[in-house]
Design a protein around this ligand. Structure first.
Ligand code: FE2
Ligand code: FE2
Length: 507
């Protein structure tokens, strides 16, 4: 269809292109006219370059005197410079310049005389007769107060500089390759992809039949969403500055490296933690064997003696009646005891991954059963009495290991410091919802400078030769991470006091 650009061109009901075809100029500027009786609207009227042509076209459709509103989507001369001359021709006291308040201090320099209708002070809309215009701000695209105008009855968007194009041979309606024409203009005019995408996302939410930009070609419905999709991934503004882009890319690269280093160091920590657990496990096994050896020494010696006696008497044939069976019974008993010792330790060191409800009093008794022979040998007294069970939920074996570990630590310090009348006091108490097991000793307490570090993973005291068992760090992990309790330490009158607080079991 051949178009006559000397005439106004109707693009939708009551909406006309009233521009001028600037021959050999790739930068076409388009004013639009909405015929709304004597409250008609002129959009982005242009500069003095097109003035005569625009006026002529408006007079064909209606008359200059019917213009009540002039919309200025931003302050640039290519759309606003002709306003004072337009005002002279329109010659109405009630003529209003519709723009954003940020634009007013700028456009007044064209020597505009009319009053302003600031969109941000009118809920971003204009209602006139049957016309209901909506204004959407598109900040910094490309002016701080830039906005676009949406006419809902025809679903037309007047988009100002957005969707503008620079075309060697200008087409009135955009073709399939319009993005190629729009690309360079947007790359240079839109400040950054993020800012531009914010404006595009607002536009994308509208139901649009036609986009009427101030430059380039008019875009019809089916071309709109593919064009927006292409626009969204356009590098523009700051990003086409080589220096800025290179610096930005450099920064992103550095951030990535830091991120990777961080991940690596976390992995390293995990590895260290694993090793620490491994080390503790080995230490536990060492301790278990040590404990078994300790408890086996006596029955082994007894059996050895009994065997020697029996051997001797047998050689001399001096065995009394019933003596053999009695000695065998004694040996059986001590072997039974040795076997029981293994069972106790195996049970204690066997990981139990199921949470159950258990009695703290029973755990303490059990832990004491394991450790008592060593405490007796070290001449350490134990004070523990409980008439209550104090039930909690958790991993019973892990909890037991922690108790044994704290008891072992106490024993170690009492021995190391050669404390007279050494004792360990165990108390159980409860509040409304928690149960606390407190293990105190008279070993002199933790050094003040160590008290904040005692649960650190690599904390060691000077006397490294003694004490194995779970480290306090692992104990804390078990109580706090695995079971949601609290393990803490404080110095009492005579020595350190460790507390394990746990939530009471339900019911
Ligand atoms: Fe502009
Ligand atoms: Fe423009």
């Amino acid at each position: 269809m051949l178009m006559d650009f000397t005439q106004p061109i109707k693009i939708a009901k009551h909406i006309y292109w009233v521009g001028m075809y600037l021959v050999n100029d790739p930068f076409q500027c388009h004013p639009y006219f909405i015929d709304n009786g004597n409250e008609s609207i002129l959009i982005d009227p242009g500069s003095m370059l097109e003035f005569d042509a625009v006026v002529k076209k408006i007079d064909i459709i209606s008359s200059m005197n019917n213009v009540k509103y002039i919309i200025l989507h931003h302050q640039d001369p290519d759309l606003a410079a002709s306003v004072p001359k337009m005002e002279d021709l329109i010659n109405r006291d009630d003529l209003l310049i519709i723009t954003h308040s940020r634009m007013v201090p700028l456009v007044k320099h064209y020597m505009i005389k009319s009053d302003y209708y600031e969109i941000d002070k009118h809920q971003y809309r204009l209602d006139s007769n049957d016309l209901h215009l909506k204004f959407l701000t598109t900040p910094y695209c490309h002016s701080p107060g830039a906005f676009v105008t949406y006419e809902p009855s025809t679903k037309t968007l007047f988009s100002g500089d957005i969707f503008g194009g620079i075309e060697e041979s200008w087409e009135f309606y955009a073709g399939d390759d319009y993005f190629e024409q729009a690309k360079q203009f947007h790359a240079e005019y839109m400040p950054s992809r993020d800012i531009f995408n914010y404006a595009l996302s607002k536009i994308e939410a509208l139901d649009i039949n036609l986009i009427a930009p101030q430059h380039g070609s008019i875009i019809q419905r089916e071309k709109i969403s593919p064009l927006i999709a292409q626009m969204k991934s356009l590098e523009c503004g700051l990003y086409i500055e080589d220096k800025y882009r290179d610096e930005l890319l450099g920064t992103i690269e550095k951030l990535k490296e830091k991120d990777m280093a961080l991940v690596a160091s976390i992995n390293e920590n995990k590895e260290k933690e694993k090793l620490l657990f491994q080390k503790n496990k080995m230490a536990d096994m060492g301790e278990m064997i040590g404990n078994i050896a300790h408890q086996w020494r006596q029955p082994l010696a007894i059996n050895n003696t009994l065997i020697s006696i029996l051997k001797e008497k047998n050689e001399r044939e001096t065995l009394q009646t019933g003596e053999l069976s009695q000695k065998l019974k004694e040996m059986e008993d001590s072997i039974q005891y040795m076997s029981q010792t293994i069972d106790d330790f195996m049970y204690f060191y066997h990981p139990n991954k199921e949470k159950i409800t258990f009695s703290i009093a029973k755990v303490v008794e059990y832990a004491l059963k394991i450790i008592r022979p060593i405490l007796n040998k070290a001449n350490i007294k134990i004070y523990f009495q409980s008439s209550n069970e104090f039930d909690i939920d958790g991993y019973v074996n892990e909890y037991t290991q922690v108790v044994v570990s704290i008891l072992t630590n106490a024993k170690d310090i009492l021995l190391y410091r050669k404390i007279q009348n050494a004792y360990i006091q165990i108390d159980l108490s409860e509040t409304n919802n928690s149960t606390t097991l407190k293990i105190s000793d008279n070993g002199g307490g933790v050094q003040e400078e160590d008290i904040t570090r005692i649960f650190d993973p690599y904390f060691t005291t000077k006397h490294k030769s003694i004490g194995t068992g779970l480290g306090l760090y692992i104990s804390k992990m078990i109580i706090e991470k695995n079971m949601g309790g609290v393990l803490s330490v404080e110095n009492g009158k005579e020595g350190a006091s460790f507390s394990i607080s746990m939530e009471k079991a339900d019911g």
